[in-house]
Design a protein around this ligand. Structure first.
Ligand SMILES: C[S@@+](CC[C@H](N)C(=O)[O-])C[C@H]1O[C@@H](n2cnc3c(N)ncnc32)[C@H](O)[C@@H]1O
Length: 172
């Protein structure tokens, strides 16, 4: 994945100073992009990922604390974060608006929300048709892996940008 997103992540996350709360940190693929001096609270509900996260924290030599929570209900104090990060996460969550509202709550005044998400290509384009074609393949693979299938709002199905636009007022 980071062959595709690495350059964008480096640009985006290189300015994430201070206390960084990362939502849906997964196996810690973003840790290598944070600057020296940043400390990260990694919110990740999949406990299977935690040991990979901590191994990656050691490799990247960055202080990381794991918070076993979902983005819709983050067990952290109000105004505790200088920066909140989410990359490729808002398409997976049950309730993106609730997540954005939690992000707003935990950000210090003047704090920044840095995000990178993938969305559906414009309707009628070849890329959109390709996204629709791969949908059953993804769903089968997720089912085979025992995971829930993609929600109807996943960018492969719909323009999840609408949720981002709808929630932007809560962030600014
Ligand atoms: C596609 S992975 C992205 C991982 C990483 N952020 C990256 O850019 O490679 C999505 C991650 O979001 C996590 N996730 C799913 N639902 C979540 C929720 N409701 N709140 C927080 N994280 C969630 C998953 O466990 C997974 O680690």
């Amino acid at each position: 994945m980071d062959r595709v997103y690495g350059t964008r992540k480096r640009e985006l996350l290189g300015s994430a100073h201070g206390t960084v709360v990362e939502i849906g940190a997964g196996a810690g693929s973003n840790l290598e992009y944070y600057p020296r001096g940043a400390s990260v609270i990694a919110v990740e509900p999949n406990r299977y990922m935690h040991r990979y996260l901590m191994a990656e924290a050691q490799r990247a030599d960055i202080p990381v604390e794991v918070c076993d929570a979902v983005g819709e209900r983050i067990d952290l104090d109000d105004a505790c974060a200088d920066v909140v990060v989410s990359t490729l996460v808002l398409c997976s969550v049950e309730n993106p608006l609730k997540v954005v509202s939690e992000i707003r709550r935990i950000l210090k005044p003047g704090g920044r929300f840095l995000f990178l998400e993938h969305v559906a290509a414009p309707a009628g384009t070849g890329l959109r048709r390709a996204q629709v074609c791969v949908k059953p393949i993804w769903q089968r693979r997720l089912r085979d892996a025992g995971l829930r299938t993609l929600s109807g709002n996943h960018p492969i199905h719909a323009d999840r940008c609408a949720a981002h636009r709808g929630s932007s007022g809560q962030v600014e």
